[in-house]
Design a protein around this ligand. Structure first.
Ligand SMILES: Cc1cc2nc3c(=O)[nH]c(=O)nc-3n(C[C@H](O)[C@H](O)[C@H](O)COP(=O)(O)OP(=O)(O)OC[C@H]3O[C@@H](n4cnc5c(N)ncnc54)[C@H](O)[C@@H]3O)c2cc1C
Length: 396
């Protein structure tokens, strides 16, 4: 089976890349091992920037097919201290169940003529004129280009020799949906409850359903016992206000687990293959921008491939993709690494949250950096000093 481009992995990044390539007139096959709709461990909060990227892709109304709930910002809670921050200019993000969102984006891809194939990619072979995917049932898919969109454990990244090595301090995740009691208030912001060695994220994903994701250090994950649902509940139980709200709420689907979250890569292209989404590298879910980056890298990679097809030099176009992806990724990566470090020290986290509670405008600027609408440097020395002071005072 042949096409201009073969995409390994048909989650958000893969389906979005396929749509962007079809818009540029290229034929595309997307191969995913899963049968859709499928669940995916995710906090499921799409930032305002992610919603804009869906518009840019020409599928902004796809969220109408998935239901979901808007959220106006983030609420941080640590040991009784609460800070509420809103996105700039009244923007909203949206809580969307990945089961619905990924299936809906794939349906849009199919409607644009993308060929969807189910199969487990086991290897990639690259030569001067293209690349082939080998599936575990013996089938071969051949393209002039291959896109690796097969997530954090990417077979394509591994096959290209681009694995960046095991993370030194991996974090892990658990996630489950809960159906709220009749009349219970649905959060209007994504809530982040910071505990010792873990955070709990509560995202509204329907009028009566929230997703709860726990991000934990290895020691916390390793100390948990029993099934994923029991382990998640044992973390929820440590946060009394949240446990009281969720007590007696029926789980809506199974609890999922995944990790380590950190994915390192030594590069994002080789030969006629490019990596997008989590396959290209991932830091941590703490800042909740992974879906937006998946969409952004999908669009940038499609641009690069279209430029090569139009006669551009392959190495120059793909190198430009690497640089543009790095530009989109860098501020998030710095912010994410900083927050992961802060989360390791709840005492400092509490001080910083107290600072944000006293200065909602600073919180809004921080969210704008995370949303990709302001560069990290726009925070300025004053803002950084306030945040640093907020945490360093805890040492005194
Ligand atoms: C706990 C957690 C919470 C998160 N919270 C948020 C959040 O709130 N907001 C946000 O924006 N982001 C969040 N993220 C990040 C977000 O989930 C990812 O960044 C995003 O899903 C990346 O999309 P992707 O398409 O690259 O990868 P995936 O969604 O993982 O898709 C990869 C696809 O490849 C397929 N595949 C894998 N291997 C093969 C193979 N060998 N052959 C064929 N197919 C294959 C899989 O079946 C899958 O469909 C979170 C992540 C985690 C882990």
């Amino acid at each position: 089976m042949d096409a201009d481009v073969v995409v390994a992995g048909g989650g958000l990044a893969g389906a979005a890349t396929a749509i962007a390539l079809r818009t540029r007139g290229l034929s595309v096959i997307v191969c995913d091992k899963a049968s859709f709709p499928r669940e995916k461990a995710c906090g499921e909060g799409l930032l305002p920037h992610g919603l804009e990227l869906l518009q840019e892709l020409g599928i902004g109304d796809v969220v109408d097919d998935c239901g979901g709930r808007p959220f106006s910002g983030i609420l941080y809670h640590c040991q009784g201290v609460i800070a509420r921050g809103d996105f700039e200019g009244g923007q909203h993000g949206r809580g969307l169940r990945r089961r619905e969102l990924d299936a809906a984006v794939r349906a849009r891809a199919a409607a644009r003529g993308v060929q969807l194939v189910q199969g487990n990619v086991s290897a990639v072979d690259v030569d001067d004129t293209g690349a082939s995917l080998r599936l575990s049932d013996g089938q071969m898919l051949r393209g002039r280009f291959v896109v690796g969109a097969d997530g954090p454990r990417s077979v394509i990244r591994h096959g290209l020799g681009l694995d960046g090595g095991a993370p030194t301090s991996g974090r892990y995740a658990l996630r489950q949906h809960f159906r709220l009691r009749v009349g219970a208030a649905v959060p209007d912001r994504v809530e982040v409850h910071v505990g010792d060695g873990h955070e709990l994220y509560v995202t509204p994903v329907a009028d009566d359903v929230v997703g709860v994701a726990a991000l934990c250090e290895k020691r916390v994950m390793g100390a948990g016992e029993g099934k994923p649902a029991d382990r998640l509940w044992s973390l929820i139980a440590r946060c009394v206000p949240l446990a009281q709200r969720l007590e007696g709420c029926a789980p809506d689907g199974a609890a999922l687990t995944c990790g380590p979250l950190r994915v390192k890569s030594r590069g994002v292209w080789r030969g006629r293959c490019v990596l997008v989404g989590d396959a290209a590298g991932y830091v941590d879910a703490i800042t909740g921008e992974g879906m937006s980056l998946a969409l952004k890298t999908a669009m940038l990679a499609a641009d690069a491939i279209a430029d090569v097809v139009a006669g551009g030099s392959l190495s120059r176009c793909f190198e430009r993709y690497r640089q543009r992806r790095m530009q989109a990724f860098r501020d998030h990566a710095i912010l994410t690494l900083g927050l992961v470090e802060l989360a390791r020290h709840p005492v400092f986290a509490k001080r910083t949250i107290a600072r944000l509670a006293r200065d909602p405008a600073l919180f809004t600027r921080l969210l704008a950096v995370n949303n990709g609408t302001r560069p990290l440097l726009s925070l300025g020395l004053g803002d950084l000093a306030k945040l640093a002071l907020g945490s360093s005072m805890a040492r005194a």
